[in-house]
Design a protein around this ligand. Sequence first.
Ligand code: G16
Length: 560
Amino acid sequence: MSLNVETKQTTPYEGQKPGTSGLRKKVKVFTQPNYTENFVQCILEANGTALVGSTLVVGGDGRYYCKEAAELIIRICAGNGVAKLLVGQNGILSTPAVSSLIRHNKALGGIVLTASHNPGGPENDFGIKFNCENGGPAPDAFTNKIYQLSTTIKAYTLVPSLQIDISKVGVSNYDIGGKPFVVEVIDSVANYVRHMEEIFDFGKLHDFVSGKSNGKPLKMRIDSMNGVTGAYVREIFLNRLGATEASVVHTTPLPDFGGLHPDPNLTYAKDLVETVAKGDYDIGAAFDGDGDRNMIIGSKAFFVTPSDSLAVIAHYLDAIPYFQKNGVQGFARSMPTASAVDLVGKKLGKEVFEVPTGWKYFGNLMDAGRLCLCGEESFGTGSNHIREKDGIWAVLAWISVMQHTGKSIEDILKQHWSVYGRNYFTRYDYEECDLEPCNEMMATMEKNITAAEFVGKSFSSEGKTYKVKEADNFSYTDPVDKSLATKQGLRIVFDDGSRIVMRLSGTGSSGATVRLYIDSYEKQNVLGQASVMLKPLIDIALEISQLPKFTGRNAPTVIT
Ligand code: G16
């Protein structure tokens, strides 16, 4: 039976402008009449003529509204000439899994349903983003196009009568006005697990994790925080690597993450940190809702900053079969990320790139064969095996490094610092501030730090003095396509290499979140306590930015 395409009239909604990684709003915003429909129609139209006859991947982190949105997207895709959809069972796919599937299936792209680390549930957040055919988040030019379309949209098309049960794996064939349309509901984890098996030596890792190689099972606590990684973690760590059931927790993806805030950092992954601090563990790890972020801690909750995590993995990359086979190209980090990896790149003679915040800025460099490993301070680490950051990949990389060196996480870090020096790093987040005073604060600070007399100025606190070497609002020209991204964050660089960076988050769903990043390099004094070492520079940052005055906040909501 042929199904009919219907055209529905609509009017634009304000504010459908994708942020750092897609459109993130409260569920209540997305469930307004035509809100999701409008945005999905604009995503599809932004693909132009390539859409007709294409294959797309659809899936998300299982949060509230994910399944309904996936079913709606299927009907809208059917109405817009898409030929085939690969849909995760129950609408579930981690963000790295979507990226992998797009690449393996040579799809035109994928629609990812996630608000990442933001809380879920009817009162919380939902999100939609588009990933392009390289598997990576759509670049600025593409998301600007989506936004432009959203401001003028008059109609969307869909097949309202299309019935689909995405709880069962299988292929459904439809006839849409005489044209075939295929929906393949796929096992959410199979392709991703296969991919990890190609990258890492699962045999060696199994012997190490299960204790077969040295009679001592690896004591780990992997916390999925009730996000999407649960199913992937169980298959990889329990079934393939022989870990014990007690090694994994919160592995059932829940629509509201069981009330957890699935953001793997010292504040929100508190349960993991406290348990590992008290217990007898070699490694602790947590992921965010959609599985692209990770946090690594060692025995007694020894914290590995994401900037150090990137640098250590860079140092040991050739312990991983994928890199033995494909070679090691350049490294990259986002601008606010501490520059620890730069030192590894320099030593190994590799190119190192500094890009704006957002994984989308790494894609071109990877596609051009110039970049194989990158990371961000926001708990993102990944490689060119896909075009998203990849939480489980990062944990497998760390276990590979532990297996290779035979050392504890703390000893690996201490040895690293003894060779390269240490970048002490912290990030202060001031969440849900009023937008207007924050904009005013940023504008005032930009004016002050870009004034001619600012360079050369000295600032002192607690006996430490820092002299300004340069200061700007970071801009970036992509080395591959020469596209320009401006106003990517205020940064002050001091003559010892230490830095203060301030920017407004692009991933919140309401108000403004101010992020203050402090990066202080020490060649010799590498075993200090980070909070003590960073205190002078934090005080200087608060003085220069006048943050307490503008935001009315005397303390951050999150410190990492
Ligand atoms: C997204 C992006 C990351 C970015 C992070 C933080 O992560 O993919 O590249 O570093 O947001 O962005 P912001 O500082 O603007 O909030 P995710 O995990 O939220 O998709």
